[in-house]
Design a protein around this ligand. Structure first.
Ligand code: ZN
Length: 476
């Protein structure tokens, strides 16, 4: 039985990804998300350099010693609203993306744009994402993808299929990316693509790409459970094998209902669906499944096992909604993931397990053609929705903040962090010894943070006086 929404989506996707046949309902490899191994992106850039298509990227720009705007810790809990100024504009000066380009040229372009953002706004972001306001020549067969830069979490598998013992990596230098904070880059292509007019499509696919930060790299168990697909009958590498049942997710973990036979629920979007047991009011379902929340560091193994109703493996199933599975079903638990990949470290309760994230977004445009207000409004709408989804989807344990700069009143103008020029350090809203220390440190280092009074660039008694005046005035 075919879900009419699924057919509509499949038709829409086929318009931009020729590899997907119209109305396809079997779980063959379609790879609309082309997220690959970390080293594959490095190699693509290296090939482009060797072919003379891009300059050697060894010269990443300097990062400002003091980012223009830092965020108080409390602001990482998700921005309430986003002004269009929160989207960083980047001109495709050489019109690369409307010409014939290689994957390496594209990845190098993304790194270059990210470097410019970091040079201007600091190395403050866990993710840097991309929209554009035009149709690029080639989307590499993808509706979206995640470009992994760095992973320091163990127990989530081996993301690099070419280096099967590599659990952690940091490809900042190899990619030519400035700083050391970014975990990965997210490509969402044209903000006006017809695909994004399908209700829920950006919500599902943004959740999918961010999920790749942690998920879909598990090795098989010793008794033959293939957690991930293999590009044959039950979906693709670096994605869930469709035989794995965990009540659906936007990362594409399946929802099989019943047993003997078990029936695969038709997908909302080409293998992906909202989760059926984590409440999220707009759709009734969260972005991720409990096994994914475990991999992401939001739930413990015991919570994962007790909270989810079913975590199962349809042994030898044909992964097709039209073909019920009457064969063997193997129960799965966190122990199977741990047996295959080792225990996750840091654990979900370890303070080192990051739960709140920050992302900055770039809108690429062609020369002389800046994005329209509508383009920027659409992008911020999608980002606000992702922030809204992130909370309930992580059991209110996590958040993502898509703000480029601190702007709690959402007027598009960066807001001061403290109550007056002397309120330089956390806790903001109070003047205390941490502000004195911050001023003295910055003053001693000729850091712009301490350049509180004219003349600009000169660190003299006028700056000290400005600090003392603000400090003496106190916070209201
Ligand atoms: Zn994917």
């Amino acid at each position: 039985m075919r879900d009419h929404r699924y057919t509509a989506v499949a038709l829409a996707v086929s318009a931009i990804t020729p590899a997907l046949a119209d109305g396809q309902t079997t779980q063959q490899d379609t790879r609309w998300c082309t997220t690959g191994s970390p080293s594959s992106y490095v190699r693509a850039i290296e090939r482009a350099i060797a072919d003379g298509l891009v300059h050697d990227h060894a010269l990443a720009p300097a990062i400002p010693a003091t980012p223009r705007i830092t965020f108080p810790a409390s602001s990482t809990r998700g921005a309430p609203c986003l002004a269009p100024e929160q989207i960083y504009l980047y001109e495709d000066t050489n019109a690369l993306l409307v010409s014939a380009y290689s994957s390496g040229e594209l990845f190098a372009f993304m790194v270059q744009a990210a470097n410019q953002l970091i040079a201007e706004w600091g190395d403050n972001y866990d993710f840097i994402g991309f929209w554009m306001d035009f149709t690029p020549t080639d989307q590499l067969g993808s509706a979206a993808f995640y470009l992994p830069v760095m992973n320091d979490v163990t127990g989530i598998g081996f993301p690099d299929s070419d280096l099967p013992d590599m659990m952690t990596f940091d490809n900042h230098d190899a990619l030519g990316l400035a700083g050391d904070n970014v975990d990965g880059l997210v490509m969402m292509w044209n903000v006006n693509d017809a695909l994004w007019t399908i209700p829920g499509a950006t919500r599902a696919i943004m959740g999918h790409e961010f999920g790749h930060r942690w998920a879909c790299f598990l090795p098989p168990t010793s008794d033959g459970i293939e957690f991930q697909g293999d590009n044959t009958e039950c979906y693709a590498v670096s994605h869930w094998n469709s035989r794995v049942d965990a009540q659906a997710s936007v990362l594409g973990i399946s929802e099989w209902i019943g047993s003997d036979p078990a029936v695969l629920t038709p997908q909302f979007f080409n293998y992906i669906n909202f989760n059926t047991e984590i409440p999220n009011p707009p759709t009734g379902g969260g972005l991720w499944s409990y096994p994914e929340l475990y991999l992401m560091g939001y739930v413990s193994p015991a919570e994962m096992d007790s909270l989810t109703q079913e975590f199962r493996y349809m042994v030898d199933a044909v992964c097709d909604p039209a073909t019920p599975h009457a064969g063997a079903i193997r129960a799965l638990s966190s122990a199977d993931i741990i047996a295959a990949a080792g225990p996750r470290a840091p654990t979900s309760t370890d303070p080192e397990s990051q739960k709140h994230f920050r992302a900055a977004w770039i809108m690429v445009h062609q020369p002389g053609s800046p994005p329209s207000p509508n383009d920027l409004a659409l992008a911020t709408e999608f980002l606000e929705q992702n922030t809204t989804d992130w909370g309930p989807s992580t059991l209110s344990r996590g958040s993502i903040n898509h703000a480029l700069f601190y702007d709690p009143d959402c007027d598009g103008v960066p807001d001061p962090l403290g109550c007056n020029p002397a309120d330089l350090a956390e806790p903001f809203g109070a003047l205390d010894f941490s502000d004195v220390l911050a001023f003295l440190t910055a003053f001693g280092a000729a850091d712009p943070l301490a350049d509180l009074a004219p003349p600009t660039g000169v660190f003299d008694f006028s700056d000290v006086l400005a600090f003392l005046t603000g400090f003496g005035a106190g916070c209201p």
